[in-house]
Design a protein around this ligand. Sequence first.
Ligand SMILES: Nc1nc2c(ncn2[C@@H]2O[C@H](COP(=O)(O)OP(=O)(O)OP(=O)(O)O)[C@@H](O)[C@H]2O)c(=O)[nH]1
Length: 206
Amino acid sequence: MTTEPTLGVILAGGLARRMGGGDKPMRQIGGRTILDHVVERFSPQCDALVLNANGDPGRFAAFDLPVVADTVADNPGPLAGVLAALDWAAENRPEIKWVVSVAGDCPFLPRDLVARLHEARMRENAALAVAASGGRTHPVIGLWKVALRSDLRHALVDEDMRKIDRWTARYPLATVEWPAVPVDPFFNANTVEDLSEAEGLAKIAG
Ligand SMILES: Nc1nc2c(ncn2[C@@H]2O[C@H](COP(=O)(O)OP(=O)(O)OP(=O)(O)O)[C@@H](O)[C@H]2O)c(=O)[nH]1
């Protein structure tokens, strides 16, 4: 249940170098792709959902989601995926003023992610909100205001902004903490070893 219409974006535009390339979200955990896990947890929290990925969108056809590519070239990092989603919302769903981003390699996302991010940014009168667990923030998991899309484009294109934290530091930012036990909801699979660890975690994740 969201407080305001919200577009969800699953970021899958990275190069997965630590896993030897390919699409991390298409790797399997517990007999299903990580993307299946992400969609199952995230989709009910959003009013619309898109997948941010580059290259042939046909490889994700089974998910029946709009696939939105980066509009800034050369894989400049996750902010490019956030910008693509903010632009998609403005152009396709003008009634939606907020976007929540998640990483496509996080199979155990909280089921109250969107609600708690909104709650915190309203309580703190912030323009943005970011998720944290175990005392660490997860800059790619956040709530973004569609109205900031021109600022973000300017930062990415003209200032060569790469680090999410450097950009969010310009705005009032709420941080929302989730418990990291028994399973860190922001565990992400970067390596083949992480995939084996995730097999065990999947058995205890709520
Ligand atoms: N759209 C977009 N998303 C990106 C880009 N780089 C990383 N991401 C996404 O940001 C999130 C975190 O990415 P990382 O795990 O740090 O990077 P990665 O490229 O996926 O993996 P490594 O190459 O192993 O670092 C993931 O959801 C990625 O798909 C990019 O250039 N464009």
